[in-house]
Design a protein around this ligand. Structure first.
Ligand SMILES: Cc1ncc(COP(=O)(O)O)c(C=O)c1O
Length: 361
């Protein structure tokens, strides 16, 4: 066997939620299969994005604009950030990889919560970083411990806000305190993949801090509220230096043409965003009420997903639900053996899921 790079030997590959087609194939299911496993938008893609795609579909013979000029300008206007402080990637996961690729030397320390979005750990392993994992307290980031863990070897501190898979946030007061204590030679990454869903005033918008902190990177995505996960498009903001470094290590044409057009159009789709937030809020209320009735433990969530705890191993519940045509997400790789992560669906989907859970337990 040809030997792998040492850093790669122990990596457990990312395990996405199972695609509907795969479950149908494997289990020979015939009825409708519902996927509530990957925090996708249950209302579908932004209609404005779809219309734009349809209009321009005949241009797919051309390579995309390598610099995402038009989309960056749209983002710049919307978020009031100059284009040299914006980067677009093939999903925000690519941007996570670019940060590590540009900055992490073998042995550099990277501080992250355990659990938090699993790609931080995988990116750290790929580039030989030394992972410093800080356990959550009450399913929330332990900011104090993260700060305490910073040493002269620390290169990056990375948090998701809200956290995938627990759905909790750090508040503005906590963030104020946190960002001040991260030294300026340490990069602070704030991954806000679900930020658009959050209307709570105590949620800090990390972009508000961009002009004051040149070591801050803020990540957003079109995969969640805009319903464009299939096109793979995410974006990030930072200082011109950091964006320049990330641009240096990306591959050419990293963002596909369809993604660029759809994302630009989706930014105008305020009606769809509103509808998605409303659906999510109603879904959350429904889950809180029905999960309580079923005496199932859950963590109140700020995302478009909810983490539910069971008295037995989650694998069993996951398989039974799948046989009944509902795909959920186990989170064993996050160290949680008795929990499932469930995407909040449409009212009909949520009801179907609760019926399935009722049957199982
Ligand atoms: C916290 C967090 N960051 C990033 C991502 C990845 O998003 P993208 O589809 O933009 O790569 C996810 C996806 O589930 C996520 O939960």
């Amino acid at each position: 066997m040809i030997e792998l790079r040492n850093f790669v030997k122990n990596i457990r590959p990312y395990k996405p939620g199972k695609p509907i087609e795969e479950v149908i194939r494997e289990l020979g299911l015939t009825g409708e299969v519902l996927k509530l496993a990957s925090n996708e938008n249950p209302l579908g893609p932004s209609p404005m994005a779809v219309a734009e795609l349809e209009k321009n579909i005949n241009e797919l013979n051309f390579y995309p604009d390598d610099n995402c000029y038009y989309l960056k300008n749209r983002l710049s206007a919307k978020f009031k950030v100059p284009t040299e402080q914006i980067i677009v990637g093939s999903g925000s996961v690519e941007l996570i990889e670019l940060i590590f690729k540009a900055y992490v030397n073998p042995g550099d320390q990277v501080i992250m919560s355990d659990p938090s979005f699993i790609m931080y750990k995988i990116a750290c392993q790929i580039f030989g970083g030394e992972m410093v994992s800080i356990p959550l307290i009450d399913y929330r980031h332990n900011i104090q411990e993260m700060i305490r863990a910073i040493t002269s070897k620390t290169k990056i501190v990375i948090i998701d806000n809200p956290i995938n898979p627990t759905g909790t946030i750090i508040t503005r007061d906590e963030f104020d305190n946190f960002i001040k204590k991260v030294p300026e030679n340490v990069i602070l990454v704030v991954d806000e993949a679900y930020n658009e869903y959050i209307e709570d005033e105590s949620y800090p918008n990390a972009l508000d801090y961009l002009s004051r902190y040149s070591n801050l990177i803020v990540l957003h995505t079109f995969s969640k509220i805009y319903g464009l996960a299939g096109l793979r498009i995410g974006y990030g903001f930072s200082s011109p230096d950091i964006i320049g470094a990330m641009m240096k290590v990306r591959l050419p044409f990293n963002v596909n043409r369809a993604g660029q057009m759809a994302a630009s159009a989706a930014l105008d789709d305020e009606e769809f965003v509103k509808r998605s937030i409303h659906n999510n809020e109603e879904g959350k209320k429904f889950f809180y009420k029905t999960l309580k009735k079923l005496a199932l433990e859950y963590v109140p969530t700020y995302g478009n997903f909810i983490m539910v705890g069971f008295s037995k191993e989650a694998k069993e519940i996951f398989s039974l639900a799948q046989k009944k045509g509902v795909i959920l997400r186990t989170i064993y790789e996050y160290g949680l053996t008795h929990h499932l992560r469930i995407t909040i669906g449409t009212p009909e989907q949520n009801e179907k899921l609760i019926k399935v859970l009722e049957d199982i337990i």
